[in-house]
Design a protein around this ligand. Structure first.
Ligand code: AMP
Length: 119
């Protein structure tokens, strides 16, 4: 799938729409999800044009891969989640109900999240 420059996260990265920023570095931006599904619900996105985990893992540079995953961990640390734990989710493609076609990791926490999938 080709990258869509008009997706909402591309607009956030270009500063065209605001976000509630938690963390930012050269590789990634982390911000609160606009429709939180848990007391803590933060999205971490790479600062580059990758549609999904499939695209990113196949095509991103080693520096960006490392920098992005470091930023995911750093964001969780900043949020103070290491003690009680958190869940990472990266929906990829239609089976996973990916809505925004720019790779993003959800960080979910702030309560006991229960089993991984609703049935
Ligand atoms: P996914 O279904 O994995 O693609 O998740 C997309 C997420 O992006 C959803 O949890 C939305 O609530 C979130 N979202 C959509 N637009 C915005 C926005 N402008 N700011 C923050 N989060 C957003």
């Amino acid at each position: 799938m080709a990258y869509d420059q008009n997706n909402v996260f591309a607009k956030i990265l270009r500063g065209e729409i605001p976000c509630d920023k938690i963390y930012e570095d050269d590789f990634a931006l982390a911000f609160n999800d606009i429709n939180a599904q848990a007391p803590v619900h933060v999205l971490v996105i790479p600062k580059a044009d990758y549609v999904s985990m499939a695209d990113f893992s196949a095509n991103a540079s080693a520096d960006l891969l490392a920098g992005f995953f470091r930023a995911v961990g750093e964001t969780a640390r900043i949020l103070g989640l290491e003690g009680d734990g958190y869940r990472l989710i990266a929906n990829t493609g239609s089976n996973a109900h990916q809505e925004v076609p720019h790779l993003h990791f959800h960080i979910l926490s702030g309560k006991k999240l229960g089993p991984m999938l609703s049935r």
